[in-house]
Design a protein around this ligand. Structure first.
Ligand SMILES: *[C@@H]1O[C@H](CO)[C@@H](O)[C@H](O)[C@H]1NC(C)=O
Ligand SMILES: *[C@@H]1O[C@H](CO)[C@@H](O)[C@H](O)[C@H]1NC(C)=O
Ligand SMILES: *[C@@H]1O[C@H](CO)[C@@H](O)[C@H](O)[C@H]1NC(C)=O
Length: 424
C-alpha cells in the first residue's frame, strides 16, 4: 500500500516538474522570439495609396444615395485598426478580415504568432515578408502602438480607428483572462483574487513585474504610453491629445452597433460590411459582477484609462449627435435585424454555446489559461449554398481565420499543444 502511494506521489511530482519545465521553456521561447535586434531599413517612402481601388462608388441596390446627401463616396480600404485588449476587438477583426477579402486587400500580418510581439513596441520589421517600400492596406493585429513605425507601412491617407471599453469592466476582464500570466498575482491569497487585489493594489502590484501591463491602465499602455503615470500628469493629457489627433474614429464597446454605424459612415462602407456575430465572448457565469465599491476601486486604480474613456465618450456622443440620433436609432435597428436574420440562417440553436459543446475544432476559440470560459458556435449543417461561405467566415474564430489568410502561427500553436497536453 505504502509503496503504491509512494509511486503515485513520485509520478505526480515528475509530472509537475516536467510540466513546469515545459511551460517555463515555452514562455522563454515565446519571449525570446521577440526580435531583439531592430533592423535598420533604408527610408523608402510609402506610396500615397497602395490600394487596388474599387472603381464603383457606393450605389448598392436598395440604398438611396440621395438620402445621405447627393455625393457618392468610395469605400475607404486603407485602415489601421488599433486592436486594444479585451474590447470585443476579435469581433471587429472578423469584420475587417471579411472586408479585406471582399476587396482583395493586403494585410500587414505578424509572423509566427498572432500579435506584433506585444508588449514590445510595433516595428515594421515584425511584419510578415516586409521589405522597404512595401505598403499594405490594413493592419489590425494586437500591437503596442508606435505611430512613426505604423505610418511607414501604410499609405498616408489611412483611416485610423480603435475601440475603448469602460475601464472597470476592462480591468475585470483582463484580470480574468491574463491574471494567471502575471506572476505577482500568484501570491494573492484567497479565492476572490480580484477583490483582494483591489482592496490594496499597491501591496501586490509590481510595475516592473512580468506582464504587469495587463493589470493597470492597459488601454493607455496599448497606445504606447507609460501606464504607471499619475492620472494628473501632463503627459497623460498629451497622450490623450495625440490619440485624438491620430484616430479618426474611437469606438465604444458599450455601444458597439452605434460604433459600427459611425464606422460605416466614416469609411463609406455598406451595411453588409457590418454584419457580425459576437466572437470570443465569455460565459455569463464566469463574469464576476463588480460591486459598486469594487467598480469604484477599479476605476480609481485605472485612473488614466478612466480619463481616456471619459474623453472619448464625449467625442463619441458628439459624433452620434452630428450623425443624427434618430437616423442612428434607425440604422442600429436595421443592423440588429440583419444580424438576427444571419444568426437564424447560420447558427445551430441560434446562439453561442460552451466550448465543450462546439463540434468542430475549426470553430473552437482560444481559451484563457486554466479555463474553458470562452464560448463559440456550431454552424448549421444545412445552410443554403448562397449563405454557406459567409456563415462560415462570420463564425470562424480569430486564430483559425488568420491561418486561413495565410498567417503561420507556429509559436501560438505550439503553445496551444503544450497546454492541451498539460490539460491547462
Ligand atoms: C431616393 O431618393 C429620391 C430623391 O430624394 C426619392 O424621390 C426616392 O423616392 C428615393 N427612393 C427610395 C427607394 O428611397
Ligand atoms: C497628482 O496627484 C497626486 C496624488 O493624487 C498628488 O500627490 C500630486 O501632487 C498631483 N500632482 C499634480 C502635478 O497635480
Ligand atoms: C458618456 O456620455 C454620456 C452622454 O454624454 C453620459 O450620459 C455618460 O454618463 C458618459 N459615461 C461616462 C462613463 O463618462
Amino acid at each position: 500500500m505504502h509503496g503504491k502511494q509512494g509511486r503515485q506521489w513520485r509520478s505526480i511530482c515528475k509530472g509537475l516538474i516536467l510540466g513546469t519545465l515545459l511551460t517555463s521553456s515555452m514562455i522563454l521561447l515565446y519571449c525570446m522570439s521577440s526580435p531583439q535586434i531592430q533592423f535598420s531599413f533604408p527610408e523608402v517612402p510609402v506610396p500615397y495609396s497602395c490600394a487596388h481601388r474599387p472603381a464603383h462608388g457606393r450605389t448598392t441596390p436598395g440604398a438611396n444615395s440621395s438620402q445621405r446627401g447627393a455625393e457618392q463616396c468610395t469605400p475607404k480600404v486603407d485602415i489601421m485598426f488599433m486592436k486594444t485588449h479585451k474590447t470585443a476587438s476579435s469581433t471587429l477583426l472578423n469584420i475587417l478580415f471579411r472586408f479585406g477579402e471582399k476587396h482583395q486587400l493586403k494585410f500587414a500580418f505578424p509572423d509566427s504568432r498572432n500579435d506584433f510581439f506585444y508588449p514590445s513596441f510595433f516595428h515594421r520589421s515584425q511584419v510578415k515578408d516586409y521589405r522597404p517600400g512595401m505598403c499594405f492596406n490594413i493592419i489590425s493585429n494586437h500591437m503596442r502602438f508606435n505611430a512613426a513605425e505604423v505610418s511607414k507601412v501604410l499609405p498616408a491617407d489611412t483611416s485610423y480607428i480603435t475601440i475603448l471599453r469602460d475601464p472597470a469592466e476592462l480591468f475585470e476582464s483582463s484580470f480574468h483572462y491574463f491574471g494567471r500570466l502575471v506572476p505577482f498575482t500568484w501570491k494573492i491569497p484567497g479565492d476572490d483574487k480580484l477583490g483582494e487585489f483591489l482592496r490594496d493594489p499597491k501591496l501586490y502590484f509590481d510595475p516592473e513585474g512580468y506582464n504587469s501591463n495587463y493589470l493597470k491602465n492597459l488601454l493607455f499602455f496599448d497606445f504606447g504610453y507609460d501606464n504607471t503615470l499619475e492620472p494628473n500628469d501632463s503627459r497623460v493629457d498629451e497622450g490623450i491629445r495625440a490619440i485624438a489627433k491620430r484616430f479618426q474614429l474611437v469606438m465604444l464597446v458599450e455601444h458597439f452597433e452605434e460604433s459600427l454605424i459611425l464606422l460605416k459612415d466614416a469609411l463609406c462602407w455598406d451595411m453588409d460590411d457590418l454584419l457580425f456575430f459576437k466572437l470570443n465572448a465569455r460565459k455569463g457565469s464566469t463574469v464576476s459582477k463588480l460591486t459598486p465599491e469594487l467598480r469604484a476601486r477599479a476605476l480609481e486604480w485605472n485612473g488614466i484609462d478612466r480619463k481616456l474613456y471619459r474623453h472619448f465618450n464625449k467625442t463619441f456622443w458628439r459624433k452620434v449627435d452630428a450623425y443624427g440620433r434618430e437616423r442612428m436609432a434607425r440604422d442600429v435597428a436595421e443592423l440588429r435585424r440583419r444580424n438576427a436574420e444571419m444568426a437564424a440562417i447560420c447558427i445551430e440553436g441560434g446562439g453561442a454555446v460552451d466550448a465543450g459543446n462546439i463540434q468542430e475544432t475549426a470553430m473552437q476559440p482560444w481559451q484563457p489559461i486554466g479555463e474553458k470560459s470562452i464560448m463559440g458556435y456550431n454552424m448549421k449543417k444545412n445552410v443554403d449554398k448562397a449563405h454557406r461561405k459567409l456563415c462560415r467566415k462570420m463564425l470562424t474564430p480569430e486564430l483559425q481565420y488568420l491561418t486561413d489568410l495565410g498567417v503561420n502561427l507556429w509559436i501560438t500553436k505550439l503553445w496551444g499543444h503544450v497546454r492541451d497536453i498539460l490539460n491547462w
